[in-house]
Design a protein around this ligand. Sequence first.
Ligand code: AMP
Length: 286
Amino acid sequence: MKVCTTIAEIQHELANFDKERIALVPTMGCLHEGHMSLIEKGKRLADIVVVSIYINPLQFGVNEDLDTYPRPFADDVKACQDAGVNFIFHPKNLYPEHGIQVGLQVHDLSQRLCGANRKGHFDGVVTVVNILFNIIRPHLAIFGEKDFQQLSIIQRMASDLHMQVEVVGANIIRENDGLAKSSRNRYLSNDERQQAKEIHVALRLIQNNANQDSNINNLLALGQAYLKQHNIAAEYLTICDEISLEPITNMQANTLARIFIAAKIGTTRLIDNLPLTNNNEEQPCV
Ligand code: AMP
């Protein structure tokens, strides 16, 4: 495995592979089993796996954790090495010295869920992912369903802009008690960690009570009541169409519905989601 820190270096390396399929796994580092599952998927679907580790300033809001975001780079290198990654791309900066003048913008898909309270976040995400695609020119790129809205937006970007890359989703990897693995989980105190697991339990409660005749408002009220019992105030708890990400008001036979939540536990903002309908791959883990 080679660590490349400049664009010239990674492009020079990748120029050696004109027949091989290249998979890109974009990350911000602080790698955990969630990231590792993306890497494993990349290894199954491609010949060469490139992991980018770049904390993208453009996707952080002013009061967010850009400065304190964990950066255990040596551990990340070891994890990638052990996982059989071919290249880590770890640039210092991906933007022009005096700031970027031209970026990408997401329309309606970024207005709801996480986008509603994180203005500009998804514009920052698609801009950096586009830059990474242009540098690496991967055949496929793998993103986790943990950030389902991000995955949807990037799939839409690739399709709207006719990009020559296949954007592949990967299941959410969870702790034993159901909490979705996240680099930000390490911010949680022991008590907060206990509270955090209830986020997933609330989603399961909604999922287990859903059927064709379910009233969406009743399902959401059930989830909200459970969260309240555990002193969790959700930033949002909503059931949306998986494709449009629009909230749905009633269950229809062919709607792919998904429950989405964001909640702060202490000062740590966590997100999760679960398919509402049972024709999905993700199996109960609690
Ligand atoms: P991040 O480093 O947080 O930007 O995440 C990099 C990629 O890993 C994104 O595509 C995430 O959706 C994905 N990811 C993060 N956590 C998980 C998880 N628990 N399960 C699956 N994918 C994940």
